[in-house]
Design a protein around this ligand. Structure first.
Ligand code: CA
Length: 246
């Protein structure tokens, strides 16, 4: 663990950690919502006459804003960008199906993680590319008083979605944080890329069907497999960050 933390500090030109916050992604980290996303994307694209997608693809796009995903697939399928109208219609249909399919299940163990983080004086911050009202509106029900507008970055706050570093940079900015004052919990390759590009120590928890190597290749310092595993490892990680200097 010391080696992994040292590598991060050296690469990002920090002499030490000064942890004050944990930045959480939403889909696949707080909510077990990715199967519903993949299913609603797949069905929507089929309804709109696209033939080249499969549900697994949407795990690779996870974290992008919807318009960007639609553009990439439209360019591949039809060799052109999607029109504004297409984007609007496709995204509306996808959101409609998602609201129907998503059951609002939370990821097992995430409440314990948030509790642990708070009990260690660290502030939880949400950084998501999502603009789905069906999840954002329910955050306060599932995680009462944890995330407020001041500690949330959503699709409505940023110009460039993940994998651009802007969402995580804005998460730092909202919390008045430097990159060495936070750690990120992510589950998706583009989210990991975004966090790493923002210079933040990034732990991936692989809650989906992609291989671990995809998350490691995206730049995650640690790849784990469940919140339970994270809960076992996080006390040691926090302890190490307090003493390590390079
Ligand atoms: Ca995610």
């Amino acid at each position: 663990m010391i080696e992994i933390l040292t590598q991060y500090l050296q690469k990002n030109h920090f002499s030490h950690f000064d942890l004050k916050a944990v930045l959480f992604d939403m889909d696949g980290v707080l909510y077990d919502s990715m199967p519903a996303h993949a299913e609603s994307w797949q069905q929507t694209m089929e309804e709109f006459g696209y033939t080249s997608t499969e549900p697994l693809e949407f795990y690779y796009h996870e974290g992008r804003v919807g318009s960007s995903t639609i553009n990439i697939i439209t360019e591949r399928e039809f060799g052109r960008k999607a029109t504004e109208e297409e984007i609007k219609k496709i995204y509306a249909r996808k959101s409609e199906l998602f609201a129907q399919y998503n059951q609002g299940k939370i990821i097992p163990g995430i409440k314990e993680i948030i509790k642990f983080v708070k009990s260690h004086g660290l502030k939880p911050v949400l950084v998501t590319g999502s603009g789905q009202p069906s999840l954002l509106d329910r955050l306060d029900t599932h995680f009462p008083k944890v995330f407020t507008p001041k500690t949330m970055v959503t699709a409505f706050d940023v110009e460039h979605g993940k994998p651009d570093p802007e969402p995580y940079r804005m998460g730092l900015q909202k919390g008045d944080l430097k990159p060495n004052q936070a750690i990120v919990i992510e589950n998706a390759p583009l989210g990991v890329e975004s966090a790493v590009a923002a210079g933040i120590f990034t732990i991936a928890v692989n809650t989906g069907p992609l291989p671990d190597s995809v998350l490691a290749d995206a730049g995650a310092s640690i790849v784990l497999h469940s919140m339970k595993e994270l809960l076992e490892k996080i006390p040691e990680i926090l302890r190490q960050t307090k003493t390590i200097t390079v």
